[in-house]
Design a protein around this ligand. Structure first.
Ligand SMILES: Nc1nc2c(c(=O)[nH]1)N[C@H]1C(S)=C(S)[C@@H](COP(=O)(O)O)O[C@H]1N2
Ligand SMILES: [Mo]
Length: 167
């Protein structure tokens, strides 16, 4: 009986300290990326909006690799897409990633689970300007898995990302 109570208590405490239970902070700077759709944490009605500081506070990584979009190998850094989705309490099978120019691509959630895909906010340590395909660019880990260097993945490599719809 006591053991059951201890387990139940641990579950309750575990659940209440899960990220899902904490409110998502309000962006203080310009909003770069908005998540919507099947998300459990929001900071405005139905949406989770992130400024640069919020994005860069998430667990991230750097990828140094040649890409079709820049000359030579460059270093991209930013939050893991998985960390961003977790911060918004996203639950779904697909992401529709939309750019400033209304280009959109669908990214299967399986990609995000299989690879440390980042939403790069920096190139060689400097914030990605809109002119540089910023402020946020989906970058697959070409450094870890050269097989990702293909047309299908290029199509999912959305630059100037402004919105991610989860469904
Ligand atoms: N914002 C944005 N990202 C985008 C695209 C686009 O039109 N706009 N095209 C995608 C597609 S279909 C491919 S194949 C590659 C093309 O990159 P390239 O135009 O530099 O060859 O970028 C992807 N990312
Ligand atoms: Mo493409």
């Amino acid at each position: 009986m006591i053991r059951v109570l201890v387990v139940a208590l641990a579950l309750v405490l575990g659940l209440s300290s899960a990220p899902q239970a904490e409110p998502l902070a309000q962006p203080q700077g310009p909003v770069l990326v908005t998540l919507a759709g099947a998300i459990g944490r929001t900071n405005v009605e139905g949406e989770a909006r992130f400024d640069l500081e919020m994005l860069e506070a998430l667990p991230g990584r750097s990828t140094t690799a040649a890409t079709p979009w820049y000359e030579g190998a460059r270093t991209f850094s930013g939050p893991l897409l998985s960390a961003l989705l977790e911060a918004a309490g996203a639950e779904g099978r697909t992401l529709r990633v939309t750019a400033l120019n209304d280009y959109a691509a669908e990214i299967p959630m399986a990609d995000v689970q299989a690879h440390p895909v980042i939403l790069a906010t920096r190139i060689d340590g400097k914030p990605l300007s809109i002119r540089d395909k910023g402020p946020a660019f989906v970058i697959y880990p070409f450094d870890l898995d050269p097989q990702l260097y293909n047309e299908m993945i290029f199509g999912r490599s959305v630059w100037q990302v402004v919105r991610i719809e989860v469904f």
